[in-house]
Design a protein around this ligand. Structure first.
Ligand code: C5P
Length: 238
């Protein structure tokens, strides 16, 4: 499968069309941004880690009954995916307080919830992805009620599967952001699951193994990404 035209270049990925109108190729970059694009940098090797980790997790989720856009890994950084119409909602699930939740709600980081919580942001760069709820999303006609209910059900299921899996790797899944798309009338999981989009803390030491090391200038960013990748046990490509 070959790239034809550059369709879109985002902060961390480039997306290309292919000869098949139903298939796109995602090419992951090492570029990193934070603070709404104000902070920019490079995390060496991130593109390959995020690509291969996303594919590994998406295959696991597919086995557990969650449909995803994954088609085929083409190289360390490139993957063929089903073309979707992205639902403009960032879906965030939290198991432990951290980040914007801790700040907004005036609580410390690290408090384990008795049950996970979910929030939506409206994917809109001009508005800086504001916090919205299901009723705003319905009023703005971002998705139908049935789609939002499916997204909610899938998001909690993704959390159940990933929480258990990361736990087996000695990692606490603190929180994460996922995105969904419409494909042939169905809601499927799209975008990525990586240390860019998840908060991952070592269970023993509580060391942060995710993008917060970049966001907060904590150092050892590449080491953290490599450590997560190592624990996933993904074999080298032939
Ligand atoms: O910053 P906040 O606490 O709201 O982030 C919650 C989770 O969503 C974190 O795991 C973060 O990495 C992820 N996130 C993301 N992209 C955004 C905002 C948050 O991947 N634009």
């Amino acid at each position: 499968m070959k790239k034809v035209d550059l369709l879109y270049e985002g902060k961390a990925k480039k997306v290309y069309t292919t000869e098949d109108p139903d298939i796109l190729i995602v090419d992951y970059k090492d570029d990193a941004t934070a603070m709404d694009g104000l902070k920019r940098g490079t995390i060496v090797g991130k593109g390959a880690i995020n690509n291969r980790m996303t594919n590994h997790i998406f295959k696991l989720l597919e086995k557990e009954g969650i449909p995803t856009h994954y088609v085929e890994e083409l190289s360390d950084r490139e993957t063929a995916v089903k073309k979707v119409e992205i639902v403009p909602l960032e879906v965030i699930i939290r198991n432990i307080t951290a980040g914007s939740f801790a700040k907004k709600m005036g609580v410390e980081e690290g408090i384990v919830f008795k049950r996970p919580t979910l929030e939506f942001s409206y994917k809109n760069d001009d508005l800086h992805d504001p916090f919205i709820n299901k009723y705003y999303a319905l009023s703005l006609e971002l998705a139908t009620e049935e789609e939002i209910d499916t997204i909610t059900e899938y998001a909690f299921k993704v959390n159940e599967v990933m929480k258990k899996y990361f736990d087996s790797l000695g990692i606490d899944l603190v929180d994460f952001k996922i995105e969904f798309g419409r494909h042939k009338g169905q809601i499927i999981l799209a975008d990525e699951v990586s240390p860019d989009t998840c908060r991952l803390w070592d269970k023993e030491t509580h060391e942060k193994l995710d993008k917060d090391r970049f966001r907060r200038d904590m150092g050892n960013v590449e080491d953290a990404y490599n450590e997560v990748f190592r624990r996933l046990g993904i074999e080298d490509r032939k």
